[in-house]
Structure formats: C-alpha cells, structure tokens
Design a protein around this ligand. Structure first.
Ligand SMILES: Cc1cc2nc3c(=O)[nH]c(=O)nc-3n(C[C@H](O)[C@H](O)[C@H](O)COP(=O)(O)OP(=O)(O)OC[C@H]3O[C@@H](n4cnc5c(N)ncnc54)[C@H](O)[C@@H]3O)c2cc1C
Length: 687
C-alpha cells in the first residue's frame, strides 16, 4: 500500500490508488498534476473532526469585528452561515438574487432531513448514517467528510428545534421520523411536505436577527457576476443590482459561495427556475476547480413531462415511496387501460420484485433507471410523447409509471395518508387534474440535484485561497449519488457547524491588508462584467436566449442524462460547441442594461451553462464506469446494474478551466485519489 499511505499517515488504507487505463476523452482534455487534499485529517475516523475543531485557531472577538466576509447565497447553506458568522461577530455581507433571502431554492425542499438520532431504536447510529451515505454515493465520496456530516447531523435537529422549526411529532409529542431511499432505518425528520420551507424560515429568522444587530448586511436582488482575486486570494465579487442595473464591486477578506446547484443546465428540472451555475462558474473561470461535474441526480418521483411546452418539472417527494407502491402493467396492451381496472396479478411491482430487501426504497439512481427500463420495454403509462432519438428521428413513448396509494389508504385510512402527505397529493391534483386518492399517481424521473460542484478541501476551502464553498455548490459529501434528505443535512451542517469552525483557521491570519477599488484586479473584474453585459446587448441576432437553453437541455438530457455512451457524449460535445458558437453570434437579448431585465439575466446564466454542459460531457466521457447517478451503458453488470471500476476511477475528477474550446482551450484534469481506511469498497447491492 505504499503509494496511498502518505495521504493518511498512521492508518491502514483498504484500497490502492486507482490507475486509469482507458482514455475515452483523449483529445478533449489535458492531464494535470494529481491533487491532494492537504487539509485531510488523520487519526481514527471518530476523532478526526473533533480534533480538527480543537486544533483550528481561534479569532478573538475584538479581531472578528475587523474581518469582512461575503456570502453569496441565502439558502440553507448560506443563510445558516450568515446567521452563525454574524452571531460570532464578523462583518457579513449576504447576497441573493431573489427579493428576499427566504425565497432561496431551499424553500422548495419537501420530504425531510436526515439525522442519526436513533429515536426509533431501529439500529441507527452515526456510523450507520456514515456507512449508508458512502455506500449510497457508490464509494465516490471522501470518508472523512461524510463521517463529519453524520456526526453533526444530530446537532442540526437540536438547533432547529431550538429555533422553533415545527417538525412533525407523534401522538405523544416526540419528534417523528420516516424512511428515505437507500436505508433501512427511519432517520428522516420532516415538517409535512414543507421541510425546506420550515428549515429556511429558521435560518432566515436567525440571519435577520443579525441584520437587526448590524453584523449582517443583506443585499437582495443582487447577482454575483464575477469573483475578484487579488494576489491569488479571493477578495470580493462584482454584482449587478438587478433593479437599477448598476454594476458594483464588494470587497472583503474572504468569500463564501453557497449558490446552490446547476441542475437547470438540463433546462427541464425540479429546481427553481432561477437556479444557475454563474457564481460557481465565474469562480471556475478564475481558477477554482470544478469537481465531478457529470454526477447528476435524476429523481424517480416527478410529475412526467407532458409535452414540448413545459419549462419546469415538479417533484413529488421521495417520502411518498414510504407508503406508495410503484408499478407498471405486466402486459403492454394494458398500458392504455384505466389502472383501477388492472387486477393485482396483472401488475408488476418492479422495484419490490427486483430489489426484495429495499423494495420501493432503493436509492434514487436505481429507482430511476428501473422506471426508465420499464418504459423502454413499452410498459410505460400515461400519454404518448414524441421523443428525440440518438439518430435524430423521433419516436412516441409513454414515460410514466404508477405510484399507488391504494394499499396505504386501506392500511392507514384516507385520513392517515392525508396527515402525512396532503400538501403533496393536493399539489399533484392541481397540476394533473387527477385525484391521487382515487387514481394511482403517474411519475417519471427528472433532473433534481447535482452532486458535482466546486472542489473544496476538508475545510471547505476551494483551491483559490480565501474562497470557501458550501451546500449544493460544492462537491464534497455525496459521491456519485446523494441519498434522499441528505442535502438539507449537508447545507445546514456546512452553514451552522462546519464552515464556522474551518473559516476561523483562515481568518486567524487576519487582519489582512485592505484592498481598494483602485486595485488593478478589481478594476479588471469590474470592466470585464461591464463588457460582457454590453456584448450580450449588442449581438442583436435572431434567436431568443430561451431557445438556446431549451436546445442545450435536450442535448444534455439525451446524451448526458440517465444513460450515457461514448458515442453519444462525443456527439453532444460537438453539438454544444456549435450551439455555443451560434449563441455568441446570433442571440437576441431584449431590453437594456440599466433596469430590471430578465432576458439579460438569463443570457448570462445560459452562456455559463453552455460552457458547463460541455465540461459535464467531457467528465462523463472520461469516466468509463458506472457509479451512482452516472450510468455508462458500456459498464453494466449482466442484470443491468451500475458496474464500477475502482481500479481505474476511485478518484475525484477536479477540472481546471483551460479556456473556451471554440478558441482551442482544453480543460485540465486533476485527480484526487479516494483512499478509504474506515470502510471497504464493495459492489452496491440493494437486493
Ligand atoms: C423540489 C425539490 C425538493 C427537494 N427536497 C429535498 C428534501 O426533502 N430533502 C433534502 O435533503 N433535499 C431536498 N432537495 C435538495 C435541496 O433542496 C437543495 O440541495 C438545497 O436546498 C440546496 O441548498 P443551498 O443552500 O446549497 O442552495 P439554494 O437553496 O439553492 O440557495 C442558493 C442561493 O444562492 C443564491 N445565488 C445563486 N447564484 C447567485 C448569484 N450569482 N448571485 C447572488 N446570489 C446567488 C440564491 O439567490 C440563493 O439564495 C430538494 C430539491 C428540490 C429541487
């Protein structure tokens, strides 16, 4: 084990560093130096975080007042961080593009938040949450980070209860739990189907308290359009006031990005319409590595696409899989029938059949692929939709499977089901016009979350000094597949407990030399944003921004969606390059720069998606293995399950910006070995 040991002195690794022999992406990238997380902790896994918290230096209260922190994002990750760092006495400037911090996308989260409290006495523990998360992520996450997440999980619940978050309680008044996919214990805390909303209100009120106290200054309707890097350190941002159009610089000692995920690169997703990659991508272009960008989570229970008119998809929370049963007709000819007329023995409860131990609660990647295969076989239900085929032709396919509450209603009564899920089932009825208490719901997988994001070390610091990244915007904890109810856990762990303990080690070197507006790096960043805005408005072509986004989304879904192939990904890269070249010569951005202009806002976001999409395809092309949400058709077991190749790919792929490929640039790949000491990598099985 010679090669891996220097990363974790004193520990016995359970795997060797991988050696990649395949090279599907040859010609599309350059290979850079290996990457080592210099901040990775050592020692027994249970002690690593406690030791680190103690060893990291403190900043005395008088010095905190002299230190300025910019936080971009007011979702759970950013809101919690602003509240905590404000409370600690730092000067925080908080940014979001919505009109209120409490409208961040986190508010949409429905199903729940995990914590290893073991209230049900069903065998849960910190170690089990850690183990389930590493296994659920298909052994592509860092074990130290995941253990830390599991160990902070219980604190989050205590913190939120103290804030007054109205978690569901059982008859006796104790906090209730339910199960989510990929686990066999009940550890998910919830507030009906509005968990994100209630948690965000908790973080928001804590942040607003600091606004009132003067430690946090909130900038709403401000969009970060550039990162300011001075002498290799992140020292500020350029933001556009979305109401007046003014382009401003904001300077600080440290910058935190908590800007959420980029699932909207697929155009259709369950994300909020405004979710985008711009903050992270601008930092990437300034040198921050983007890690595992191809790891996308496709959620199995969303309301199916009904036609080309749609711009948004709606999630039906995974919690519904606790009581709903998923099935398709056994016979193709039954697919058009009213489902209530199909007798029990003519129904195929395919997840229960294929995965008897986890049944309907298999992880999302597995449930999604199984639903796809049923529809590919012709056993999908619902209206037929036209679907683009890889050869450019179209085909009519039914893309839906049933999620049925009949048995649950018999067992719990209609009232029992209503108590747990009424707002979700009402939402379904409002959107589809069908009553799910009477007719089985129809669901289909949709893009939902991204595990990829900016690379960070154990301290949540990117490879740019002074740039920290938290929540969905970083890549850190979920490997190749996130388990349900773990994103809220990560966002709040990062914001309330991890970042406040790691950022102080960096800030302990302060007070720092002040940077002012005349610094050449500040002047350059400001000028580049103004130039870019002017460029969008000057092209004056013939195609709408929206049409480019839609076309990019269909390329991404077709070739970099639920199933990926070498041939398809190569085709996608070329299509994206052509589309991007067309965008920069033929896009038409309406309106002007000096007032509210949603077309202009969208142009910037789509321009960044057009670069990100290509990198996602290159990352997916390079990774000739299937793991978690990344399924390469060339790498599957005999029964169609994801087949990993640990000997080649047990690494984090951290990509460095190498310039626009349309100008001859190529991304540079840095590999960070994933070495385990507390866990052994195994082929996942949920059967
Ligand atoms: C429909 C749905 C349901 C979900 N349900 C669950 C669930 O039940 N349990 C669970 O664990 N997870 C769930 N998730 C996932 C979870 O909601 C997200 O991963 C999580 O909320 C992300 O939080 P965040 O703080 O990282 O980012 P977000 O909440 O997305 O916040 C991003 C913030 O960054 C700001 N921002 C972004 N870019 C810029 C910019 N350029 N300039 C200025 N500000 C910017 C935004 O204004 C916003 O304030 C769900 C996701 C969806 C889509």
């Amino acid at each position: 084990m010679a090669a891996g040991t220097h990363y974790l002195p004193g520990l016995t690794p359970t795997n060797e560093p991988s050696v990649q022999t395949s090279d599907d992406a040859a010609g599309f990238y350059e290979l850079g130096e290996k990457l080592v997380d210099a901040k990775a902790p050592t020692g027994p896994i249970e002690e690593r975080w406690t030791t680190r918290k103690f060893e990291n230096r403190l900043v005395n209260p008088a010095n905190r007042r002299k230190l300025d922190i910019i936080i971009v994002g007011t979702g759970l990750a950013g809101g919690a961080a602003a509240a905590t760092l404000g409370e600690a006495g730092y000067n925080v400037k908080s940014f979001c593009y919505q009109d209120s911090p409490r409208r961040a996308h986190s508010i949409a989260a429905q199903g729940g938040i995990n914590a290893a409290k073991n209230y049900k006495e069903d065998g849960d523990s910190t170690y089990r949450l850690f183990y389930d998360t590493v296994k659920g992520g298909d052994y592509r996450s860092r074990e130290s980070n995941v253990y830390r997440l599991a160990s902070e999980s219980a604190n989050i619940i205590d913190q939120c209860v103290a804030q007054g978050v109205p978690f569901a309680r059982d008859y006796g008044g104790l906090l209730d739990n339910r199960s989510f996919g990929g686990v066999q214990v009940s550890r998910t805390f919830y507030a009906r189907g509005q968990t994100g909303q209630q948690l965000l209100l908790g973080a928001y009120q804590a942040m607003e308290r600091q606004v009132a106290a003067g430690t946090v200054e909130a900038f709403t309707r401000h969009e970060m359009l550039e990162l300011i890097v001075v002498d290799g350190k992140a020292r500020g941002i350029v933001a556009r006031d979305m109401v007046t159009g003014e382009i401003e610089t904001h300077l600080a000692d440290v910058v935190v990005l908590a800007s959420g995920g980029y699932g909207n690169v697929f155009y259709l997703s369950t994300n909020a319409m405004g979710s985008n990659v711009t903050a992270a991508w601008r930092a990437h272009r300034k040198g921050a590595y983007m890690a595992n960008p191809c790891y996308t989570q496709i959620h199995p229970t969303c309301i199916p696409v009904t036609g080309a008119h749609q711009s948004k998809l709606t999630l039906m929370s995974e919690s519904l899989r606790n009581d709903g049963r998923i099935w398709v007709p056994k016979k193709v000819e039954d697919c058009e029938k009213d489902p209530r007329e199909i007798p029990e023995d003519e129904r195929d409860y395919f997840l229960e059949r294929i995965y008897p131990s986890f049944g309907n609660l298999v992880p999302r990647d597995i449930a999604s692929r199984a639903a796809k295969y049923m529809c590919d076989e012709g056993r999908g239900v619902g209206p037929e939709i036209e679907e683009l085929q890889p050869d450019g032709t179209t085909k009519k396919v039914r893309r839906g499977v049933y999620l049925d509450f009949k048995d649950a209603i018999e067992r719990l009564g209609k009232h029992g089901v209503e108590e747990k899920y009424d707002n979700l089932l009402d939402m379904y009825e409002r959107i589809t016009g069908e009553n799910p208490y009477e007719v089985p719901m129809r669901i289909y997988p949709a893009v939902h979350y991204v595990m990829g994001g900016l690379w960070v070390d154990y301290e949540l610091q990117s490879n740019i000094e002074g740039l920290f990244v938290t929540g969905e915007a970083n890549f850190s904890d979920h490997g190749a597949n996130r388990l349900g109810a773990s994103a809220l856990m990560q966002g709040l762990a990062d914001g309330y407990f991890v970042l406040p303990n790691t950022i102080r080690e960096y800030l302990a070197d302060g007070p720092f030399e002040k940077v002012d507006e005349s610094n050449p790096a500040v002047v350059e960043a400001l000028a580049s944003v103004k130039e870019r805005v002017a460029k969008f408005l000057s092209i004056n072509g013939t195609r709408s921004v929206e049409s480019y986004h839609k076309e990019l989304g269909s390329i991404m879904w077709e070739y970099c969606g639920m199933e990926r192939t070498e041939e398809g990904l190569k085709l996608a890269i070329q299509k994206i390059r052509d589309l991007r070249a067309d965008f920069w010569t033929n896009v038409k951005v309406l309106g002007s720069a000096d007032n509210i202009n949603q077309d202009l806002e969208k142009a910037g976001r789509v321009a960044d998606f057009l670069e990100l999409g290509e990198l996602m395809c290159i990352d997916a092309l390079n990774r000739r293995e299937s793991c978690g949400g990344h399924f390469r058709a060339e790498s599957q077991t005999e029964d169609g399950e994801a087949l990993r190749h640990d000997e080649e790919f047990a690494y984090v792929a951290a990509w460095e910006w190498g310039g626009d490929s349309n100008d001859g640039g190529q991304p540079v790949l840095h590999k960070e070995d994933l070495i385990y000491t507390a866990i052994e990598m195994k082929q996942r099985s949920y059967k």
